[in-house]
Design a protein around this ligand. Structure first.
Ligand SMILES: [Zn+2]
Length: 170
């Protein structure tokens, strides 16, 4: 399944364009590598605006919930996406290089057939935490069960081991 929404970004800004919609997580194929499952959907709004320096740009808001994989237990890790960003539109590669020198500015090249869905996917991937884990003690039940079973097995395999050890030292 794939969705796309293509704009000419400079036209979009000129016309003070605004658009909102929903994207199923399932459709964001490049994001799938980071996910536990493909459930959920994201809502987004994109609007064409000029920034305070009169530069054209795209304001992007993305909200929704996705499920990452915990890097410790590989269990489901709910993650909330709540992104707001302003991307300055560079008209040429040179302008893009110039804009990139300013760390406070996020710039993208204004190609005449920009796929907004792909842009949204990029922004989500960039926003993901480098390391994603459950908070301490919240790892998946399977892992806890596994540890518990392991402990029980050890106990039942050597019921008097601790006692013997005690006797020896005395
Ligand atoms: Zn975990």
């Amino acid at each position: 399944m794939s969705v796309s929404f293509v704009i000419d970004p400079l036209d979009f800004v000129q016309n003070a364009g605004i658009h909102h919609g929903k994207i199923p997580v399932d459709a964001l194929v490049r994001l799938h590598d980071f996910l536990f499952d493909k459930e959920g959907e994201l809502i987004y709004q994109i609007s064409g605006q000029f920034d305070k320096h009169e530069k054209p740009g795209l304001r992007l808001e993305i909200k929704g919930k996705i499920h990452l994989s915990c890097q410790r237990c590989l269990g489901k890790l709910p993650h909330t996406i709540d992104l707001q960003t302003f991307l300055v539109l560079a008209k040429t590669e040179a302008e893009l290089d110039q804009a990139d020198e300013d760390e406070a500015v996020d710039a993208i090249l204004a190609t005449p057939d920009m796929d907004v869905v792909s842009l949204i996917e990029d922004e989500i991937i960039l926003s993901l935490p480098i390391s994603s884990c459950h908070t301490e003690g919240e790892c998946s039940i399977q892992e806890l069960e596994f540890i518990k079973n392991n402990l029980t097995n050890k106990k039942s395999a050597h019921p008097f081991a601790a006692l013997l050890a005690l006797k020896k030292t005395n």
